[in-house]
Design a protein around this ligand. Structure first.
Ligand code: PLP
Length: 433
């Protein structure tokens, strides 16, 4: 599976806003500036001012590593006006997206009632899954009109807190274990002690910060016993379902009521592509489908419409580039590419352990490595990170984990090598500080 490469696009600091605004000033005007000039602005100003997030030494946030096949299909797709809303307008893309979603549902261990759609990102998918969960819970508790709440670990992605704000519900925080993981026992203790009306629990299958995987089976048991919606945020780590070595870490995911996996993060798809799956898709459809006389004709197909499973109507068929890359390269290539990053994280951890001035903060579960550099604090970490980018060596950012500022490297690019990592770790040597 080959990957898009932009060799000439270096890692670097973003330009000053004024300089960039100056460069595009007047581009939008009454008579237009013409195709040639507009394209040179795009090519020479806009593209170089976007960070090479697909660079093999991009270790910040969560990088981007689309397969060439996905990139090509993404380009073609706009040209042929592929429509992703419903069967009547886009049967072909609906079938392709279904196939890709079914692959993910099978990996998760969901049965035949599963289904979902591709959303623009994990943020929208998390919000939608929890909105469906609230409707489901209210259907089962019709006389309960109090303010509701979601239980989630303190390591949860901020999009869960945003979802709570949008839904007008509270968050009941559950502190994680020594590795930051939400466990069934901790959840049970918090639920017993709180007065809040909890309708859903969010577990994370691979936290963004450290890659930690919550105790999914333990959390599932609590949800089943208490009649709570079980939402699993696997926006980053759900990709590990493809990995023969890591998939056992995700046991319990098959009991999720809603599940989010972002193929634009670690499954080699183009931006933007987030899979939102429901174990039983009927609740989602009953809650989310938009009805109007002029939409009746749309609801005619035997196969469900992607538009009915998310907060959207018109949509691009953003799952088709994933489908194409899967069809072209096979699922084994995806598993091998995910495994490459997991293996690299393990090798990096061993390298850190052998380096006297470095110390691993926690054993990596997936492809995020967090570690300390002895003798350094926030100021040194930040200065180091800026210098690394200025020198075009790598993108790597500090983070805070369990109250301590640390260094974090996240791998999602299968072509990143241990030498790439060494190049970064070398800059942390005492002589270089
Ligand atoms: C990135 C991420 C999200 C948000 O996904 P977007 O696609 O950026 O909206 C949610 N949860 C986790 C665990 C993530 O890593």
């Amino acid at each position: 599976m080959s990957r898009a490469r932009r060799e000439n696009l270096p890692l670097g600091e973003p330009p000053a806003p004024a300089q960039l605004q100056e460069a595009v000033a007047g581009a939008i005007c009454e008579d237009g500036i013409g195709l040639d000039l507009a394209f040179s602005l795009f090519k020479d100003v806009i593209v170089p001012a976007s960070q090479a997030v697909d660079h093999p030494r991009y270790f910040g946030f969560i990088g981007y590593s689309p397969a060439v096949a996905a990139v090509i299909l993404d380009m073609v797709q706009s040209a042929v006006a592929l429509f992703g809303t419903s069967w009547i307008e886009g049967a072909g893309s609906v079938v392709a997206e279904h196939q890709a979603l079914r692959w993910l549902a099978d990996l998760a261990g969901f049965g035949p009632t599963a289904g979902g759609t591709f959303m623009n990102g994990g943020t929208a998918s998390n919000l939608t899954g929890l909105a469906v969960g609230r409707d489901w819970w209210q259907g089962r508790n019709p006389d309960d009109h109090g303010r509701l709440a979601i239980a989630a670990s303190s390591e949860v992605h901020p999009s869960i807190r945003l979802a709570a704000r949008v839904l007008g519900v509270d968050i009941v925080p559950v502190s994680g274990d020594e590795r930051g993981r939400l466990t069934g026992a901790r959840l049970r203790a918090v639920l017993r002690a709180t007065d809040a009306r909890v309708f859903a629990v969010v577990a994370t299958a691979g936290t963004t910060n450290s890659g930690a995987i919550d105790d999914l089976a333990g959390v599932a048991s609590v949800c089943e016993r208490d009649g709570l919606w079980f939402h699993v945020d696997g926006a980053y780590g759900g990709a590990a379902l493809t990995s023969p070595t890591a998939r056992d870490l995700l046991i319990g995911i098959e009991r999720a009521d809603s599940l989010v996996i972002d193929p634009h993060k670690w499954l080699f798809s183009t931006l933007d592509c987030s899979a939102l799956l429901y174990r039983d898709a009927r609740y989602a459809r009953a809650f989310l489908r938009q009805d109007a006389a002029y939409l009746d004709a749309m609801h005619g197909g035997d196969i469900w419409d992607p538009t009915d499973y998310g907060i959207h109507l018109t949509r691009r068929a953003r799952g088709v580039p994933l489908w194409f890359a899967l069809a072209a390269h096979g699922t084994a290539a995806f598993g091998a590419a995910v495994d490459a990053s997991i293996r690299l994280a393990q090798e990096t951890a061993r390298l850190i352990e052998r380096t006297p001035h470095l110390e691993l903060a926690t054993e990596p579960d997936l492809s995020v490595v967090i570690f300390r550099r002895h003798g350094w604090g926030i100021a040194e970490y930040e200065a180091w990170s800026k210098q690394l980018l200025r020198d075009g060596i790598a993108m790597a950012l500090p983070t805070v984990w369990r109250g301590e500022t640390l260094l974090r490297l996240c791998f999602v690019h299968p072509e990143t090598t241990l030498d790439d990592v060494r190049a970064v770790l070398d800059t942390l040597a005492p002589a270089a500080s």
